[in-house]
Write a protein that binds this ligand. Structure first.
Ligand code: DOR
Length: 446
């Protein structure tokens, strides 16, 4: 098997891109897509990958993952998180700043890039976290090499990052021009809810503690400030039907893009908490079927354009603590594609929608260069999905260090069996191939 960036011809498959599905071959050379078309001839010395009966996606781009390095590598480190990514056909990830210490200045960003070098098996960038202290400096820092942009926590979640009030948030939005990623839950409402938690509470109550109103109030505050400042934002992990309606009604065009996680698409309360306990606990919470239906509709009609996994590993021991002391977060970087393909099997997404929301969208939203399609000249990042590998999700396939998922046992519509990163086979048949060779992502000027 070829592990160098020499020529590869992926032949006989169906190429699935945002604008359609085509029976074409794709020739990869020098790390880029060199040619596309039906019945391409393999140049001399070129290795051929037979993709007959398979779907050929541009590598997925996951713009919301939480790895735990520095700080808590027993949960995940950059190497293990990136391994889970490439195993799931995710060839690029953008990692969040709520590590320990938090990534809140250029030195911390440099540190993560150095840690990723030679250890990350997928391309990568790292977010800088906004705080009261750094709010006015972010504009000077946001274009550093390997910087994914700025992340705001309007509500406290894992870690200590917080932009506590509108005045600070406005300073953040006025500093810089790249799209800002926002975790939108209202912190004063969260503080009050946690202060009033009584005896007998359990994880089933998580969507009440972190309520619909808490998400709606925060998102309303955010959109008011977006209009006031004209700053672009990306609303992460939308969890309520009401926010989808607000996005439609306010229709702020390019200013506001939105993301949903597979967890909010494929789990429903209260069943998920009854069945999986705190393994289904994340922030903002998975809610009931009414929310799920509207969110799915929002994804189908383009109100929500992007999937992010919000991969957020915690160990089984940590998850076993009683609510509310068990940490929030669900691993998921590896299972995006097989989960979304169950939506195609079940008829509420098309394969090209999957490519659009899981591969192209993050590139459009954040200005990532070279990824998201297999047009000639793009990075040769390819994910081959085998619909014949359907069946229950197996625990032993998972590569995250925490090695659990609420989706283990779920009947999947197939599995990504081979991942190519910049023209080189990086993962095949459940094994890493060669040395990790991820590089920092490149961004268009905003
Ligand atoms: O559930 C969550 N877990 N939501 C977040 O915002 C953070 C994440 C984590 O890092 O554990």
């Amino acid at each position: 098997m070829n592990t160098q960036a020499t020529d590869l011809l992926v032949s006989g498959g169906k190429i699935v891109e945002a604008d359609g599905v085509r029976e074409e071959d794709v020739l990869l050379s020098g790390g880029l897509v060199a040619a596309r078309g039906p019945g391409l001839e393999a140049p001399e010395g070129c290795e051929v990958i037979d993709a007959s009966g398979k779907l050929v996606f541009p590598g997925l781009v996951d713009s919301q993952v939480h790895f735990r390095e520095p700080g808590f590598p027993h949960k995940e480190d950059i190497a293990s998180g990136a391994l889970a990514a490439i195993a799931g056909g995710v060839t690029a990830f953008c990692e969040m700043p709520n590590t320990t210490p938090s990534t809140t200045d250029p030195a911390a960003l440099e540190d993560k890039l150095a840690r990723a070098r030679g250890r990350a098996a997928a391309d990568h960038a790292f977010f800088l976290g906004a705080t009261e202290e750094n709010a006015d400096k972010l504009g000077d820092w946001e274009n550093a090499v390997g910087c994914a942009g700025i992340k705001v926590f309007m509500g406290s979640s894992t870690g200590s990052l917080l932009v506590p009030d509108d005045a600070t948030l406005e300073r953040v939005l006025r500093s810089g021009s790249r799209r800002v990623a926002v975790h939108s839950e209202d912190d004063p409402m969260l503080k009050e809810a946690y202060a009033n938690i009584g005896d007998g509470i359990s994880v089933v109550d998580h969507p009440t503690v972190r309520s619909v109103e808490c998400a709606v109030r925060s998102t309303t505050r955010l959109l008011d400030l977006v209009e006031k400042t004209d700053r672009k934002v990306h609303l992460l992990h939308v969890s309520t039907a009401e926010e989808v309606e607000i996005l439609r009604e306010r229709d702020l065009g390019e200013l506001v893009t939105a993301e949903v996680t597979p967890n909010h698409l494929f789990l429903t309360a209260p069943h998920c908490y009854e069945e999986y306990g705190s393994y289904a606990q994340m922030n903002p919470p998975v809610r009931d079927a009414r929310h799920q239906e509207v969110i799915r509709g929002g994804l189908a009609d383009g109100t929500i354009t992007c999937i992010g996994s919000d991969h957020a590993p915690h160990t089984a021991e940590e998850k076993a603590k009683p609510y509310p002391h068990c940490p929030s977060g669900i691993p998921g970087v590896q299972t995006i594609l097989p989960l979304l393909m169950t939506a195609v099997r079940d008829g509420w997404l098309r394969a090209e929608d999957v490519s659009r929301v899981a591969s192209k969208a993050a590139c459009d939203i954040y200005g990532i260069e070279g990824k998201g399609s297999l047009s000639v000249g793009s990075d040769a990042d390819v994910t081959i999905f085998d619909p014949d590998e359907r069946g229950p999700l197996k625990l032993e396939w998972l590569r995250s260090r925490v090695a659990w998922s609420p989706f283990v046992g779920m009947e999947l519509a197939g599995w990504p069996t081979l991942t190519i990163l910049r023209g080189r086979v990086a993962y095949k048949d459940h094994e890493l191939v060669g040395e990790p060779s991820g590089q920092p992502l490149r961004y268009r000027a905003s």
